[in-house]
Design a binder for this molecule. Structure first.
Ligand SMILES: CC(C)(COP(=O)(O)OP(=O)(O)OC[C@H]1O[C@@H](n2cnc3c(N)ncnc32)[C@H](O)[C@@H]1OP(=O)(O)O)[C@@H](O)C(=O)NCCC(=O)NCCS
Length: 278
């Protein structure tokens, strides 16, 4: 944890959600919670999503994909007139899902990420948004990865840190770069070495290849053992953190009159002292 990092203040969402301009709703989905609804969530997926799921070899990855994609549909439908199964995603050149504008519905932008036991979903209006979460685990070859993907100032900043802080700082920089590239929709196809993800405040991240667009980037701590970043092409958004309580249309749901289960933290993975920031 460093100065400027945000701790997610997770809350149970109200039944009626308001998403004003310049607001980002961040939804935390624990896979443990989602696994209770896996069949229900699978039913809401489109044929191409089910086909993608069936091509995923390992069950844990397959279930993770179904859980987060199903939760994404459920969450988006809370802001949209259509039910989860009728949302029709389009895909950008590099695979970023989007919802085409639909009559009578204000625009929705979103992005999702999954790692370990967590899925994160960011939802906003009329702004590009990108999100990344990483479970903190040892990455011994981080200097080589940084040499290939980080900008010269990022590499310099990393190499001047005490050795024991470098793995965490590497991951922090990685998630920030990934969030920016996901906001742009390019993913890893963007020349990552060509932009600096942590300019001195109040400067915002500028990607040389993307003209005037600048990104506000936030690092936040989702839960112990995880690091995450959010990129947004606006300034000073209001951030709200909701725990996903299960499908809204489910018989267990808040809309059906039951009280949302209180948020329970997922298992905390042991982390070596080298990976914990001060
Ligand atoms: C986007 C990307 C960075 C995601 O990396 P990751 O760490 O494995 O995955 P995350 O969990 O953080 O994010 C995955 C989610 O991001 C979204 N996503 C997919 N492609 C995306 C893109 N280009 N931009 C933004 N978001 C994207 C999807 O919702 C995806 O969820 P899914 O697994 O349910 O489909 C990576 O897949 C990538 O670089 N894709 C671009 C691929 C590419 O360049 N292809 C060549 C031409 S097609």
């Amino acid at each position: 944890m460093e100065i400027g990092d945000l701790i997610c203040d997770w809350r149970v969402p109200p039944e009626k959600l308001d998403l004003p301009p310049n607001t980002i709703h961040l939804w935390g989905v624990t896979l443990k919670q989602a696994s209770r609804y896996l069949e229900e969530l699978r039913e809401t997926l489109a044929a191409n999503e089910r086909a993608k799921a069936s091509r995923i070899h390992f069950e844990v990855d397959r279930d993770g994909f179904i859980a987060v994609r199903g939760a994404l549909r459920d969450i988006l439908s809370r802001y949209h007139p259509l039910p989860p199964s009728e949302l029709d995603f389009s895909y950008g050149r590099y695979g970023k899902p989007a919802l085409p504008p639909s009559a009578g519905a204000p625009p929705l932008s979103f992005n999702s990420s999954r790692s370990g036991e967590w899925g994160l979903i960011a939802v906003t209006r009329a702004h590009a948004v990108g999100i990344d979460i990483e479970f903190i685990k040892p990455c011994e070859d981080y200097p080589a990865v940084a040499a290939n993907f980080f900008s010269p100032p990022e590499i310099r900043a990393l190499s001047t840190l005490p050795q024991e802080l470098q793995p965490h700082s590497f991951l922090k920089c990685w998630t920030r770069k990934e969030a920016v590239s996901k906001a742009l929709g390019t993913g890893i196809s963007l020349g990552w070495t060509a932009f600096d993800s942590s300019p001195a405040p109040p400067e915002r991240v500028q990607v040389a290849t993307n003209g005037d667009t600048k990104f506000s980037v936030y690092t936040f701590i989702v839960a112990p053992g995880y690091i995450s970043a959010l990129a947004f092409d606006g300034v000073n958004p209001t951030l709200k953190f909701w725990t996903w309580p299960g499908p809204a249309c489910s018989s267990f749901s808040t809309k059906a009159g039951t009280i949302a289960a209180p948020f329970t933290e997922p298992t905390i993975h042991p982390v070596s002292p080298n990976e914990v920031s001060r």
